[in-house]
Design a protein around this ligand. Structure first.
Ligand SMILES: Cc1cc2nc3c(=O)[nH]c(=O)nc-3n(C[C@H](O)[C@H](O)[C@H](O)COP(=O)(O)O)c2cc1C
Length: 403
């Protein structure tokens, strides 16, 4: 999913905390996303997770002792430090945090941390009292000042029987955070508005006209923009996807096309880029019934009226903003995309033919063609929606000159 770490050299540091068992899953996910992972475990980590588990999953020897036997063993930590693109220490114990904050290098992991220039993510995990202890607070503050990335721990029931802050976040959350840290902030200072998901137009209190949009493409676009440094407003139709965790994304949940229009117009003036990935219903029932329609008549006629064309309105209001639309078509994609671009004054369209199993609604991957204002187009290969979202922003940054 996260192409940004594909082929990168990632060091996973594992310390002697109760959550060390989660490092196996973190390692598996890093590998799944294409990273070359090398593990440095502290001696105490091996009380909690087996050397052979880490070794087998990483497909590399793991480093524990500075003074290991073997050809280049004694300089491995320096070579690995130089070759690393990114270091993630998860779980990081209070002990490791204290040592790193004070420049102590008394084992392979702490020595490597001092010997590398690459970004370092620290995921603290410990008993709440240990986490809140003045010494730990001081050490974490120091590491933050030193430019390290401290991932806030979760709260909840801890293994020691207490409850509070100090729980290691779930492996997938650690990967998300790491990807965020590692993504170049090419949209820093920019504000982006993204729409996602379907709209539902009520027929009566229990029925609606909708469409199968899952919101995955738009949410991926919001997250990719946030990871590239933008402040994002995500206007999200009814979708099972939880609110994205990134602090720089504010989510506005809406149901109908009219609600989406209101939210979009509210924010349009403040943004430089708009990506409209929502599948907005074109029509809505003229007068939704106040009470549930009973099954009495053999036929039922619904009278529909046109919803406002939000993209068209934005195209008219647009000053120097970049406006990107999505077009899902069942035929004549190129012609429809060109017409839509001109009629709605868009800068770019990502168009796809719906109905392919690995593309479009609900799927995790998408196959689109990018159409540009100058009449050119390109068709990137089928890819994960998150990766496609990065490609979309890369094209926006490179071809459309965001001001
Ligand atoms: C059962 C057990 C669980 C522990 N869990 C944690 C923990 O979650 N976080 C932590 O900071 N220390 C924890 N400790 C204490 C560390 O193991 C101890 O501070 C050790 O020196 C850490 O070594 P390291 O940082 O070199 O891995 C635990 C100790 C034991 C015996």
């Amino acid at each position: 999913m996260y192409g940004i770490i594909r082929g990168k050299s990632v060091i996973l540091g594992v310390c002697g905390g109760i959550a060390a068992y989660k490092s196996a899953e973190i390692l598996r996910l890093l590998k799944k996303h294409g990273a070359n992972v090398r593990v440095l475990a502290t001696r105490n980590a091996l009380h909690f997770i087996g050397r052979h588990t880490l070794q087998a999953l990483s497909e590399n020897p793991i480093l524990v002792d500075l003074f290991d036997e073997g050809p280049d063993a004694s300089i491995k930590h320096i070579r690995w430090a130089q070759e690393a693109d990114l270091v993630v220490v998860a779980p990081a114990t209070a002990n490791l945090i204290g040592k790193f904050a004070n420049g102590i290098a008394d084992d392979a992991l702490t020595t490597l941390l001092l010997a590398t220039d690459c970004p370092i993510v620290i995921a603290p995990s410990m008993n709440t009292k240990m986490y809140e202890n003045a010494a730990t607070r001081r050490n974490l503050e120091q590491l933050e000042k030193d430019g390290r990335w401290i991932m806030p721990p979760g709260s909840g029931a801890l293994a020691c029987g207490t409850s509070g802050a100090g729980r290691l976040p779930e492996p997938a959350e650690i990967i998300d955070y790491t990807v965020d840290v590692f993504t170049p902030k090419t949209l820093a200072g920019k504000r982006v508005l993204v729409t996602a998901g379907p709209t539902l137009e009520p027929i009566d209190p229990v029925r609606f006209i909708g469409n199968p949009s899952s919101g995955k493409m738009g949410v991926a676009a919001a997250r990719a923009a946030a990871h590239r440094g933008a402040d994002v407003t995500l206007v999200l139709g009814p979708s099972n996807i939880p609110d994205p965790p990134e602090k720089s994304i504010s989510v506005i949940r809406i149901k109908t096309a009219l609600e989406m229009r209101a939210a979009v117009l509210d924010h349009f003036d403040d943004v430089q880029i708009v990506v409209k990935a929502a599948a907005v219903g074109d029509y809505r029932p003229v007068s939704p019934r106040e009470h549930k329609i009973k099954k009495i008549d053999d036929q039922l006629t619904l009278v529909l009226e046109k919803n406002p064309d939000i993209l068209m309105e934005l195209g008219k209001l647009k000053k120097d903003q970049i406006l990107v639309g999505f077009a899902a078509e069942t035929q004549f994609l190129e012609q429809h995309a060109a017409d839509k671009m001109n009629q709605k004054n868009l800068d770019m369209i990502a168009g796809n033919i719906v109905g392919l199993p690995s593309s479009g609604f609900s799927s995790d991957t998408n196959q689109v063609t990018f159409f540009y204002r100058d009449g050119t187009s390109e068709t990137p290969p089928l890819m994960e929606k998150y990766e496609l979202a990065h490609l979309l922003f890369e094209r926006i940054e490179r071809r459309l000159h965001v001001t």
